[in-house]
Design a binder for this molecule. Structure first.
Ligand SMILES: Cc1cc2nc3c(=O)[nH]c(=O)nc-3n(C[C@H](O)[C@H](O)[C@H](O)COP(=O)(O)OP(=O)(O)OC[C@H]3O[C@@H](n4cnc5c(N)ncnc54)[C@H](O)[C@@H]3O)c2cc1C
Length: 460
């Protein structure tokens, strides 16, 4: 805990925007994946000017400020572990205006993805790269973590759909990045720099998002395989052969069991690959579905494209809950980590094999699922938190999985971000580039007040 009194903030914000109350502060001690936040003060700004006033005042006094949005992050990036101010962005939740002629819209950082999707859908538009958590996670959180989702294999990541940002720097300076044009080569790409920066470089106060027309035709299908190896090889083949899939997801048998139990739904238990195709015409969608089917069949899959879209949606809805299912699976065990390593697609089968075999070596049955078309593997190591030996084994198994991903020239995190959980891998993953990242941090936040404990490993 730092010694922060309300005085200097109370002068700058209306009284309903801040609290020292322990009950309020306790709301911010954890995100979805980790705990350890201990803010002295919570603020709920309602405008860019209020964010700027808080940051400037804290910067002058060296008080840490940690942005916190929906708290659905997995790696603890929103936790004020050194005390100071937690800046909750969720009252800044305006959606729009939508500019349908330009295929874009402005969104305040605390708006949840579901509200953005609904506003776009009213105009026949979509923003396709959102994460599975879009119903409750915010745009600011998605931008800050570099999020992506099930449709990234076709449409890219959230960051690819950000045309520009309004953001407040540590000293309270308000900047605008990017432009409303679809492309620009003017100046350094500060939008890209802020995407994935986890609230360590600036607080995002407005996002200009690109939109696309709703795809006119969709097909959804599923292929089951005798073995997990067959399923992962099929994924790599679909990508390599250039089948135009909008979604290409893997569900292994353990994940299917977990999702079925959690959602009280029947997710079929075989190693499965879920596919969605989007196209501008019904004939085009049929042609691509046929091509997809033949590639999956040639790889050994039993393929069915949905005769009953409602049934497919039921299965999907259960799959969407796989992350939450991990938490409720075993009442005596908690996830030490829900990892999201990502590797080049050719190494995807090897990565899934490694997740399973490393888990088994340490005595854990580790589920493997994820946005397979991107080479992304989610996994979870579940441990009894009261058993130090099991926790230590789990930690070692998790480290080995990440090390394997890096050896395969992949990344420790494809979408969840670094937070507190992945910091220890940053030097191995990025080498001397970590020094360059620190130089950027020092230049934009010389007093080190913005979310100081997350993302970058401690300076040597
Ligand atoms: C069930 C479930 C499914 C999920 N599925 C996916 C998935 O498919 N893909 C994926 O990528 N992630 C997924 N996640 C992880 C999580 O939802 C994402 O990381 C999401 O982007 C976090 O958004 P949030 O609003 O909860 O942010 P928080 O967790 O509150 O914050 C995350 C980070 O963003 C920073 N931040 C928040 N707002 C701002 C702002 N305005 N300016 C600057 N920094 C800010 C915080 O300081 C922190 O560093 C899932 C999580 C759950 C629980």
């Amino acid at each position: 805990m730092t010694d922060v009194s309300l005085g200097f903030l109370a002068d700058r914000l209306p009284s309903d925007r801040l609290s020292l109350d322990p009950t309020d502060r306790a709301e911010y001690d954890a995100d979805w994946g980790r705990s350890g936040g201990d803010p002295d003060v919570v603020v709920w700004p309602e405008s860019t000017d209020e964010v700027a006033a808080v940051l400037a005042a804290c910067d002058e006094r060296g008080v840490p400020v940690t942005p916190y949005a929906a708290g659905s992050g997995i790696e603890g990036a929103a936790l004020a572990t050194t005390g100071g101010v937690t800046l909750d962005t969720t009252r800044m939740d305006g959606v729009g205006p939508v500019r349908p002629d330009d295929l874009q819209m402005d969104v305040a950082p605390g708006a949840v993805g579901g509200d953005v999707e609904a506003a776009a859908a009213d105009r026949g538009l979509v923003c396709p790269p959102f994460p599975q958590s879009a119903a409750f996670s915010t745009i600011g959180g998605m931008v800050a973590t570099g999020a992506s989702g099930t449709q990234t294999v076709k449409y890219g990541e959230v960051g690819d759909w950000v045309l520009g940002l309004e953001a407040v720097l540590a000293d309270g300076t308000v900047i605008e990045t990017g432009s409303r044009a679809r492309k620009s080569s003017s100046g350094y790409d500060l939008t890209a720099l802020l995407v994935g920066s986890e609230g360590t470089l600036a607080v995002v106060t407005r996002v200009t998002l690109a939109l696309a027309p709703e795809p006119r035709a969709r097909r959804a299908g599923r292929a089951t395989f005798e073995t997990l190896d067959d399923a992962t090889a099929a994924v790599a083949r679909v990508v390599r052969e250039g089948v135009d899939v909008a979604t290409l997801e893997l569900v292994d048998p353990l994940t299917a069991r977990m999702a079925s139990a959690h959602a009280d739904a029947d997710v079929p238990p075989d190693p499965s690959v879920y596919v969605e195709i989007h196209d501008g015409t019904e004939a085009g969608a049929d042609a691509e579905a046929t091509r997809c089917e033949s590639v999956l069949s040639a790889a050994g899959g039993a393929v069915s494209f949905a005769d009953d879209p409602a049934e497919m949606e039921r299965i999907w809805a259960a799959r969407r809950q796989a992350v939450d299912a991990i938490k409720t699976w075993d009442p005596d065990r908690t996830p030490l980590t829900v990892g999201d390593v990502t590797v080049p697609i050719g190494s995807f089968p090897e990565m899934v094999r490694s997740v399973r075999s490393i888990g088994a070596e340490y005595g854990f049955d580790v589920p493997a699922f994820g946005h397979a078309g991107d080479g992304n593997v989610h996994y979870a190591v579940l441990v009894d938190p009261d058993d130090p030996d099991e926790v230590a084994r789990g930690k070692e198994a998790s480290d080995r999985i990440v090390e394997r991903a890096l050896a395969l020239e992949g990344t420790s995190t494809g979408e969840h971000g670094v937070g507190l959980g992945k910091q220890s891998y940053m030097s191995d993953e990025h080498g001397a580039a970590v020094g360059a990242m620190r130089a950027v941090k020092d230049a934009l936040d010389p007093n080190g007040t913005l979310n100081p404990e997350t993302a970058l490993p401690p300076a040597q």
